[in-house]
Write a protein that binds this ligand. Sequence first.
Ligand code: HEM
Length: 512
Amino acid sequence: MPSQKVFNTKDDALYTASNGAPVKEPYAAERVGFNGPLLLQDFHHIDLLAHFDRERIPERVVHAKGAGAHGYFEVTHDISDLSCAAIFNKVGNRARATVRFSTVGGEAGSADTARDPRGFAVKIRTEEGNWDWVFNNTPVFFIRDPAKFPHFIHTQKRDPQTHLKDADMFWDYLSQNPESIHQVMILFSDRGTPDGFHNMHGYSGHTYKFVNKEGKWHYVQIHLIKDGGFKTFDNEQAGKLAGENPDYGIQSLFETIEAGKFPSWTVYVQTMTPEQAESFRYSVLDLTKIWPHKEFPMRPFGKFVLNENPSNYFAEVEQAAFSPSHMVPGVEPSADPVLQSRFFSYPDTHRHRLGTNYQQLPVNAPIVPIANFQRDGPMAFNNQASRPNYQSSISPLKYRAKTYNTSNHELWIGNSYTYLSEITELDFEQPRALYQKVMNDTDRAHLVHNIAVHLVGAKSAEVKARQLSVFAAVDQSFSDAVAKAIGAPTVKPLKVKPASEAIPFRHNIGKQ
Ligand code: HEM
């Protein structure tokens, strides 16, 4: 973190008012005589109260509870054939990084061990600007149509009338939007309750593109695999800790780093050529799906290490502002509609939460100089001095052209589809493999139990039956086991269109 030189952080610092003037007695307010009213001239006292009144900034609308730390990203393998990002130009290159881990649905004071996906947001300070990895700890997500995001989130938050979390809302939404099932099953496995923030993997979930200096591009997915493995709690351990130590995640991260046991991850990339994407069984733009490792092997390229605790939580974690749109040359977005919507949402919410000049806050400021035509606004600390605020002919800013040609992949599929949530049999294949092949008997028993203790809280028989029909579409025995555990009648699988009716994924290059 860049140091804030203006603040004296030494223990023997002299107490001052915010204008720097020494103050004789911090606990005294100036008043008229011994019993008279207070004086408006007492800048110190008024400023003290006025600042206190404004101490809170809005909490994040999602991912409000979190923990952060600093460390570095290091390139361990040459992937310059994939991306021309400057950070990849030499094995051994290192960049300082900041991470913020979070739960998603709860408020800023909620329990760290709640059943929830975990956010895994990393800001990598490269010589070509900041590259943010705004990832989760699950490889897939609940939606593939961004229009659903606010609705979906509302059902995980509090009921408008009772101000309570509501199992009916929760399952009502999920049962009506079965493309969520893959993520729901991961969430209700013990992976939904990780042991601390630093004992889990991180996944881009979305498809991005890496472009090399010849302009050749690949679709990519990035994975951070925790050295030492993904550690989880079972439902009962997590529930107990939520009561006993709701800040378990923050505390264990801080203490682990303080003890010098620096958490580390190996970073991998999966790659897919555009041609492969056209014959891939699923759409590369559908983040409810994973890319099988056998078909698309994991290629290691980096190491991510956390070795420094923040010295000030608010300045270095709460004010951190991540966005998937913070990318560097050599990394490009895919046309995933959810990713594209996120590009709008994050900077937009930062302007609201932190202010127009959020990129100038020390934790967000790039390590490279900024030169553009943005000026003024609240708290413009780096207002670019006397540089003209337009492209002047007298002292023009230089532009760096893109070193590669992207025109061959800026075209996209021609037909326009507005309904991205059409459900077909394709949506159940990977969840079925997860249940039948990846999970063992214990995993399956925990999954059923973890779902049952939540679903039983839904009052509506219709909602329960509908969610059971989604489970049945995955595997009838899975649904029946949940039905038995909640004392509900068994149901038949949800009827869905065959896989052959899924919208095919095709590029439009040369096809229009
Ligand atoms: C946080 C929106 C999907 C990962 C947030 C925030 C918003 C948001 C508004 C609060 C940011 C802040 O106040 O600083 C959305 C929208 C989505 C979406 C509109 C879909 C349309 C996703 C997905 C992932 C993800 C798919 C992961 C693959 C995160 C993470 C944070 C976050 C890690 C916390 C960042 C931090 O620690 O500051 N999201 N999100 N989100 N989101 Fe999303």
